[in-house]
Design a protein around this ligand. Structure first.
Ligand SMILES: [Mg+2]
Length: 419
């Protein structure tokens, strides 16, 4: 296959590669019981080889929670994880998860659960999945599939009306036979931007694969990378004779996080913490070599979040609804007080020790950050791949039939590794 050959050849020619992979439906087939979607030996072997290569940065970017990812792939310490569509992140080589939603108020969950419960009661076979920062309604096993689809449409409208009425900073995601509600600015696209941002100086190859609409955010972020000078249309004449695919790329910076819900009655402390502690993104990410060299320590460089270095809060915490909702307000106020209290200095020191550089100035410029330069990356070295039938609308530049083909790509990359 020409495309596969090109992909593998480009991979081997590159010096720093980002592999950004969805899990369900991309690395494993979609199965009725989500717990049964296990990685194959072939996949694990390929991932092992790829993550052992110091030139690679491999991230699984999944809607799954960290418990599932850790259980089945955590033994490959070189893999980075983004769980729950970007709510939680574990850097390659680290054992610690950062909670990107820790400063957010998740009070909106109560209202979403009320709507999901209504549709679950009126649609036999459907169920609600509670994650720590998002809630999903599944209708894959609806007793009447047609009713499930109809109810899903109505449920989406109900959610959108409620979100509008209360001005909530959340998104409704339409997945495969499910609807998911999660914090605004937390999606696979943003997490991809943050990973790119972190490795901006070095990366010269990107392979991204996914299979559903949540992955389109990832493809959109990669498709939005523009050749230098093109982003404002200003170089359209000067670069006419140049090969656009050979120009370095720039990207818009990741969106600031820290948005909460703005409904009436939302805790005022949230407003305060939103205003005072948007996460800072390190603009001084170490090069990959440095990052890899320190990977045996607590953490390498990373996506920075003020007062949100995840320790006990996100590691092994329960994913039950009760815990998620009842700990929300305390987690929010704890995050807020950690930022404001004398322990902030300690937190800052801890973050710096972990490589989570804090850039206070970044807060003031959160809304006007300059474009991020990717000096070594070229458009022709960005491979976005959708697993799905032809005819599906996608921003990906390549389409394959099934997970086995994505695994084939990874095997292809791994098979000639070490050169
Ligand atoms: Mg998927």
């Amino acid at each position: 296959m020409d495309k596969l050959d090109t992909l593998v050849r480009t991979y081997h020619d590159a010096s720093t590669r980002l592999l950004l992979l969805d899990y369900d439906g991309t690395l494993t087939p979609i199965v009725k019981d989500p717990e049964a979607a296990l990685p194959s030996k072939e996949l694990l072997n390929a991932l092992h080889i790829l993550t052992e290569d110091r030139r690679n940065v491999v991230f699984i970017i999944s809607g799954r929670d960290e418990n599932f990812l850790s259980k089945h792939l955590g033994h490959l310490r070189g893999i980075g994880f983004s769980a729950e569509h970007g709510c939680f992140v574990k850097q390659p080589g680290s054992d610690q998860w950062a909670n990107l939603t820790k400063d957010m108020d998740l009070g909106w969950m109560r209202k979403v659960v009320e709507i999901f419960e209504y549709y679950t009661e009126h649609t036999p076979g459907t169920s609600i999945e509670h994650k720590k920062s998002s809630i999903t309604w599944h209708y894959r096993n609806a007793a009447d599939p047609d009713l499930g689809s109809t109810q899903a449409d109505q449920c989406k409208v109900s959610l959108e009306n409620m979100i509008k009425e209360h001005n909530l900073a959340v998104d409704v995601l339409v997945g495969k036979k499910n609807l998911e509600v999660r914090p605004f600015a937390i999606n696979k696209g943003e997490i991809v931007k943050r990973i790119l941002h972190q490795h901006a100086e070095d990366v010269d190859f990107v392979f991204s694969a996914g299979d559903d609409k949540t992955d389109e955010d990832m493809f959109r972020a990669l498709a939005s990378l523009e050749p230098v000078g093109e982003q404002n249309g200003e170089a359209s004449t000067s670069t006419l004779t140049e090969d656009i695919d050979s120009l370095p790329l720039v990207m818009s910076p990741p969106a600031p996080l820290g948005l909460g819900w703005t409904a009436e009655g939302a805790p005022t402390s949230t407003q305060s913490s939103i205003h005072q502690s948007p996460p800072a993104i390190s603009t001084t990410s170490p090069p990959l070599a440095h990052s890899k060299a320190s990977s045996s320590e607590a953490s390498s460089s990373s996506i920075s979040l003020q007062s949100s270095v995840s320790t006990q809060d996100s590691i092994g915490a329960s994913t039950s609804a009760d815990n998620a909702t009842t700990t929300t307000s305390s987690a929010t106020s704890a995050a807020s007080s950690a930022f404001e209290s004398p322990s902030h200095a300690h937190d800052q020191q801890q973050q710096q020790q972990l490589g989570l550089a804090v850039d206070v100035d970044e807060q003031a410029n959160a809304g006007s950050r300059p474009p991020v330069q990717l000096p070594k990356l070229r458009k022709k070295n960005v491979f976005t791949t959708l697993v799905g039938p032809s005819g599906t609308e996608t921003l990906a530049t390549w389409r394959v039939d099934g997970p086995e083909m994505v695994i084939g790509c990874l095997v292809g990359m791994a098979s000639r590794g070490g050169d």
